[in-house]
Design a protein around this ligand. Structure first.
Ligand SMILES: *[C@@H]1O[C@H](CO)[C@@H](O)[C@H](O)[C@H]1NC(C)=O
Ligand SMILES: *[C@@H]1O[C@H](CO)[C@@H](O)[C@H](O)[C@H]1NC(C)=O
Length: 266
């Protein structure tokens, strides 16, 4: 019996390994060109305990309460500002197709494997402040992209490897942090956040007013109890979660994400 249990344990470990998948948005994509891991994206801290599997090392930022939503880990990922000085700035023409590509752990391909929404925000560094020294902590962020539900029970992001949007041609020129966030809501008011920031220098004629729909601060604006973050029981079955290919999303019609409306160049 003991032998049998051990075999079952070993078997589930083998079966679970390739399908357990964490990932990071570590590659900036500009007009179809995929850039190197963490060349233009701020790296983040990982779990460092000695026996961590690749899966564990890529653990995202996990939040269980409002206090955890209010840390600077929500700005660009876990302790990301420590890596700002090692991040290059990509020059991006306003009007480009812009976004992020995922990178997985050693054992999996790296697509967006956990289920939930995704959004992209931007904030401009004050004149004379280099992105390498810009935390973004007290800055005003406007939203430039959102991917919500695909159907009543599925999210658009599921199994995607890239999140690409149109950077408006009227984006005011300047140096920006480009911040992607994707999260998996889980039962028990718990969320896993996948957040990364790229350094970009936008060039172009400008003319748009990206703050007109409102802005948010990271940290500072998101509320743990927002129904777009902690999903209510009529939207998500809070007693069960299978992490992928999930049946726990009951009815995503009417889902509203946190944050302002997406700015599209007006
Ligand atoms: C960021 O997250 C890490 C790991 O979860 C934690 O050790 C650290 O204290 C957090 N930073 C802040 C500013 O709360
Ligand atoms: C989901 O909710 C919408 C309204 O919010 C409703 O029209 C629709 O019938 C619901 N679908 C199911 C399967 O309950």
């Amino acid at each position: 019996m003991k032998y049998l249990l051990q075999s079952i344990g070993a078997l589930s470990a083998v079966l679970l390994q390739p399908i357990s998948a964490h990932y990071m948005f570590s590659r900036l994509v500009v007009d179809g060109v995929v850039t190197r891991n963490f060349k233009y994206v701020r790296n983040t801290d990982y779990e460092t305990y000695p026996d961590a599997s690749p899966y564990d090392r890529m653990a995202p930022y996990e939040t269980y309460n409002q206090a955890m939503i209010e840390t600077t880990n929500m700005t660009c990922g876990k302790n990301a500002f420590n890596y700002a000085q090692y991040t290059s700035t990509a020059t991006v023409q306003a009007g480009s197709k812009l976004g992020f590509r995922t990178q997985g752990s050693d054992v999996i391909s790296g697509e967006i494997w956990h289920e939930g929404p995704a959004q992209i925000y931007m904030t401009r560094a004050p004149d004379g402040v280099a992105l390498e020294e810009f935390t973004g902590w007290d800055s005003d962020w406007f939203k430039v992209a959102y991917w919500g539900p695909l159907t009543e029970t599925k999210w658009y992001t599921e199994d995607k490897e890239e999140l690409i949007f149109d950077l408006p041609a009227t984006t005011p020129p300047g140096k920006y942090l480009l911040r992607v966030e994707h999260w998996m809501p889980l039962p028990g008011s718990y969320s896993q956040w996948y957040i990364n920031c790229a350094h970009i220098n936008v060039v172009g004629p400008g003319g748009g007013n990206p703050q007109q729909f409102g802005t948010v601060k990271f940290p500072g604006s998101y509320q743990f109890t927002h129904p777009g973050i902690t999903l209510p029981p009529d939207v998500m079955d809070t007693t069960d979660h299978t992490f992928h290919g999930s049946t726990s999303f009951l009815n995503l019609t009417g889902y509203t994400p946190p944050g302002p409306q997406v700015w599209r160049g007006e």
